[in-house]
Ligand binder design. Structure first.
Ligand SMILES: [Ca+2]
Ligand SMILES: [Ca+2]
Length: 420
């Protein structure tokens, strides 16, 4: 049958259809957008000012620092915000705020260029950038930034950067924002939602709750769960020659109710594809994490037996062994395909671990046996008499901003199972 349509009418109908389609799309866009509020507070007692070479170094407890070379070095608070599992953050605004002015006038120490710690060369002091220090206005000026989200075991986490200290280089005025009420905008349906098993969700949700500022939303923003559960909880990846040596650990984990397996690297290399052996191992872990309910992975051997991935450092000739490549299973870590993994610019990775990875760097069956014997004693028969104190040494890492290892140690202290 030949359908004859009046061109003018078809055009009119098409226009109506297009308008309806646009209206539906607009409605969908509106209905997919959401906002959430988050309050952030800072205490004046946590702000520390110290004199150095005619400048004032400004530190805030548990905060990082701004790093723009030659500009005032000021506290930067990095926060993780849990958002719906399919959402992407689109904006953040300060709805209301309170601040206090720090008594006095200050000349804030300028941030210095990044440099490797171990190469032994002195880097000359970089003086203040006049373009910033002669500007009569607050620096950094903005109070908050955001970064795109990443996925931690299916939970979606966005980054917020808060700049609670504002500084006017001309007047020397320092102000601390003690209270910020933030409105975060997000768009849903921006990412596919990963299906994880119930036991994965229960395990990983504890970690997620511990690193986000809104742990009360862990349940409501959880990824979807699916029925398959517990096919493989725990995998030991090792050369075929060491498979039998790991049997006692396998037996222990199975007695604890876990479905545990040993997977020879040779089998992985045959059955999984990738640009090299580390990529194949990661493909195996990703497969079992997504399809078998995998939660824990042991790399059972030193790097000569179970290879590591080397991450790229842009400001050094070194590369960094990074088993975190096997834990963060999103993206490829080399999205620009130049063979350099984990580049700060050019590659895509979120650095949020999706499974638990541990390497036991044994070289032979004797060392595997020794490790298992010691580990089993510590796990099953711990000496609780002397394990009451921890020695946590630290080093100044960036002395010009007072950034020392105590930040890391304080985090360790907070998760120890006994008070210090
Ligand atoms: Ca790359
Ligand atoms: Ca990840």
């Amino acid at each position: 049958m030949l359908l004859i349509v009046d061109r003018s009418k078809r055009s009119a109908i098409g226009g109506i259809v297009r308008k309806i389609a646009v209206a539906v799309l607009a409605l969908a866009a509106i209905s997919l957008a959401g906002t959430m509020n988050q309050t952030v507070t800072f205490a004046l007692s946590d702000l520390h000012l110290t004199a150095k070479d005619g400048y004032t170094v400004v530190n805030l407890d548990d905060a990082l620092s701004t790093l723009e070379p030659g500009s005032p070095c000021l506290p930067l608070k990095s926060l993780n915000l849990l958002i719906p599992p399919d959402a992407e953050i689109t904006g953040v605004e300060v709805v209301s705020s309170e601040n206090v002015v720090v008594p006095g006038t200050f000349r804030v120490y300028p941030a210095q260029p990044a440099r490797p710690l171990l190469e032994g060369h002195e880097v000359p002091f970089l003086g203040p950038d006049d373009a910033v220090y002669q500007r009569n206005g607050d620096y950094p000026g903005r109070l908050v930034d955001f970064t795109r989200s990443g996925s931690k075991s299916g939970y979606r986490i966005a980054g917020l950067f808060v700049y609670p200290v504002q500084y006017n280089p001309v007047s020397g005025r320092l102000a601390l924002y003690t209270h910020l009420n933030l409105e975060v905008s997000y768009q849903e349906k921006a990412h596919p939602v990963l299906g994880i098993t119930q036991s994965q969700a229960e395990l990983f949700s504890q970690d997620v709750a511990s690193i986000v500022v809104n742990p009360e939303q862990v349940k409501s923003f959880a990824p979807r769960t699916r029925a398959l559960d517990g096919a493989v909880d725990y995998a030991i990846i090792t050369p075929a020659s060491l498979v039998s040596a790991w049997q006692p650990l396998l037996t222990l984990r199975r007695s604890q109710g876990l479905n545990a397996i040993v997977m020879p690297v040779e089998t992985i290399y045959v059955h999984y594809t990738g640009t090299d052996n580390p990529a194949k191992i990661r493909a195996f872990i990703t497969d079992y994490w997504r399809n078998q309910g995998l939660k824990w992975v042991i790399l059972g051997g030193d790097h000569g037996l179970v290879p590591t991935r080397y991450g790229y450092l842009p400001y050094s000739t070194y590369t960094v062994p990074a088993d975190h490549y096997y834990a963060d299973l999103d993206w490829s870590w080399d999205s620009n395909h130049n063979g350099q993994y984990g580049e700060m610019t050019g590659d895509t990775l979120d650095l949020l671990g999706d499974v638990y990875i541990g390497r036991i760097p044994c070289d032979n069956a004797t060392q595997v046996g020794t490790f298992i014997a010691k580990d089993t004693i510590y796990e099953l028969h711990p000496d609780t008499v002397y394990l009451k104190k921890a020695f946590l040494p630290w080093e100044w890492l960036w002395s010009y901003i007072g950034h020392g290892g105590f930040l890391v140690n304080n985090n360790i202290k907070d998760i120890l199972p006994w008070p210090m």
